[in-house]
Design a protein. Structure first.
Length: 259
């Protein structure tokens, strides 16, 4: 009986150890893909431990890190099933957490911040980070609950942007929106039933773009915490855009208004 109980405990521990998502800031993880690996290697804030590649002609600057050259099938054993690694992977520590107050203290008068409301797809979050980097957003904020951890899949989708744009997890999203307002940010919620389009709103100055999950959109409390709701005009039979496309369009419009 004791052996059976001990075996169940060991099996449970093995399941936890095999989890693809790091559960705390001490866990290490593999990130993969050309841009994600190159950006992490160039980031002094990243703890870097192993660099594995499938070719001697990898073109990476390892900065003294020993490079392990291995067969593709051996590299794939280190990574989640189906990982698109492009022949390289880097074993790293998660980035140190960024404090929102630090971002606010350093933000400019036309600062842009993206706030995600219960977006659970790591590919979408990675794509949002990529757009945030492309259009100069100062941070991406998400509630800690229901938000996936920064796994290799998220880093791959971000294409290096995870190293440049602070990804801040907060306990209470409504309270965070109040903090942004106190720091002179307009909180604009993106919603299909918004009173005006992004172009009509002509948003300038500090702006927090608040975006909900695909399908469900913004939660009621999040909507009520925004200063106003804006929409993207869509024609034809298409009812909505996917999250990453909507974010990119909205950030472009905010950037155009600030020029």
């Amino acid at each position: 009986m004791k052996n059976s109980k001990r075996r169940k405990v060991q099996e449970k521990r093995q399941i936890l150890n095999n989890s693809a998502a790091p559960r705390d800031q001490e866990d290490r993880l593999w990130i993969y893909g050309t841009h994600a690996v190159a950006a992490a290697l160039a980031n002094p804030k990243r703890g870097k431990y192993r660099l594995a590649v499938t070719s001697v002609d990898h073109g990476l600057s390892a900065d003294g890190l020993e490079i392990e050259i291995m067969e593709r099938h051996d590299l794939e054993k280190l990574l989640p099933l189906g990982a698109v690694h492009q022949g390289m992977a880097l074993f790293v520590s998660p980035l140190p957490e960024t404090d929102l107050n630090q971002v606010l203290a350093q933000s400019s008068t036309d600062s842009k911040i993206v706030v995600l409301d219960q977006v659970t797809d790591p590919q979408n979050i990675g794509a949002v980070l990529r757009s945030a980097a492309a259009f100069g957003a100062d941070a991406v904020i998400a509630p800690d609950r229901h938000t996936p951890y920064t796994t290799g899949a998220l880093a791959k989708a971000a294409s290096g942007a995870l190293e440049w744009v602070p990804f801040i997890r907060v306990i209470n999203l409504a309270r965070t929106l109040r903090e942004l307002k106190a720091a002179d940010y307009w909180c604009a919620g993106l919603a299909a039933d918004g009173d005006q389009t992004l172009t009509e709103a002509r948003l300038t100055g500090r702006t927090a773009l608040v975006i909900g999950a695909e399908g469900t959109g913004l939660r009621r409390l999040t909507r009520d915490s925004c200063d106003f709701l804006v929409r993207i005009p869509i024609r034809g039979g298409v009812n909505s855009l996917n999250l990453s496309a909507a974010t990119a369009i909205s950030l472009y419009e905010l950037t155009r208004n600030s020029i």
